[in-house]
Write a protein that binds this ligand. Structure first.
Ligand SMILES: N[C@@H](CCC(=O)N[C@@H](CS)C(=O)NCC(=O)O)C(=O)O
Length: 314
């Protein structure tokens, strides 16, 4: 009898496990399809361009008639780059937290990735969107007088580094085990707008997917591109890259002295992108570790002060 119940529980559990894994895989494949259904370039091009120009004009003038909204995931590094830009330039905006599993907040958008910057009017009238962090930041940079930086090879080199290998090393460490991937989603517990069932679904299905993607996609790419070797410990390599940033990007080649920001006395697009990427793990044990173990803590403090953040405490 007890043996029978045990067997039923075992087969029942195995059945649910297979069902969960199958459901997770199907959801993942559907997302990939949706995410590829339209490119950011095509989506942006399909917006009413005179509305976009009008919205950018309002933004530049700081006009109260605009209500700029950043649709994002808190833990999305690319969303962080847009937020860092908006904060550094003191551009008034609200953040809308997108629930990462069903993404109901961006339902009406055919483009399914975040960040998305939406230029509504203050009276609630819907405005156009700009999507893709690189496009958003570059467009705003031109509007806000930072366009010349886009021509600098050095700026380009470090921005590519921040948006490429740095993001990947951070993602790998963030999802290094099933447990880590699960706890990486705990930020969502604080989002009152997200129903409990979605939170659970996110952890049960989302965390294993993130773990598998980190292991099978992110890690091999880092190895292929020479940013990780098979024997490297990802956290150590992540810290090594941040120290390289401190030693090379925050160093003036002419005076041979350290400088407060890559941009000199004020942040430039390199500082904004790098800081923005790292904000994806703000409050996570990875952020405390990078403050304790790398040479960028002073720069982080300076960036916090520019963007108007409270001083960081773990
Ligand atoms: N190149 C894009 C990448 C954006 C991206 O991949 N965002 C992730 C979140 S970090 C996303 O929305 N993935 C699709 C999903 O969650 O389904 C950008 O810079 O904005």
């Amino acid at each position: 009898m007890v043996k029978n119940i045990g067997r039923k529980l075992f087969f029942g559990g195995a059945f649910l496990g297979v069902l969960g894994a199958g459901g997770g895989y199907a959801t993942y494949q559907r997302r990939l399809r949706e995410n590829r259904s339209i490119s950011a370039e095509d989506y942006n091009a399909a917006q009413n361009q005179s509305d976009v120009q009008g919205a950018l004009r309002l933004l530049r003038s700081g006009d109260a008639a605009s209500a700029t909204k950043l649709y994002r995931y808190t833990t999305c590094p690319w969303c962080g780059t847009v937020k860092a830009f908006l904060d550094c330039q003191k551009i008034r905006h609200d953040c809308v937290e997108v629930e990462p599993m069903l993404k109901g907040e961006i339902n009406e958008s055919a483009y399914k990735k975040v960040p998305q910057l939406r230029f509504d009017k203050a009276d609630g009238t819907k405005g156009p969107y700009l999507v893709d962090s690189g496009i958003i930041v570059d467009t705003l940079a031109k509007e806000f007088g930072l366009g010349k930086q886009l021509d600098s090879e050095d700026v380009k080199k470090w921005r590519d580094w921040a948006r490429g290998p740095l993001v990947r090393l951070m993602t790998l460490e963030f999802n290094k085990s099933l447990f880590d991937a699960w706890s990486g989603y705990s930020y969502i517990d604080k989002c009152d707008t997200i129903p409990y069932a979605n939170k659970l679904f996110l952890k049960v299905v989302g965390a294993p997917v993130m773990y598998l993607v980190a292991l099978n996609v992110t890690k091999p790419r880092l190895i292929r591109d020479g940013f990780l070797s098979v024997t490297d410990v990802p956290a150590e390599r992540f810290h090594k890259e941040l120290n390289r940033f401190a030693e090379e990007a925050l160093h003036d080649a002419k005076t041979k002295k350290a400088k407060p920001f890559h941009g000199g006395n004020a942040p430039d697009l390199v500082d904004m992108d790098t800081f923005g990427v790292l904000q994806a793990v703000r409050g996570h044990r990875m952020y405390d570790e990078l403050i304790a173990k790398t040479k960028i803590s002073e720069w982080l403090r300076s960036m916090d002060s520019v963007v108007g953040n409270k001083p960081y405490t773990s």
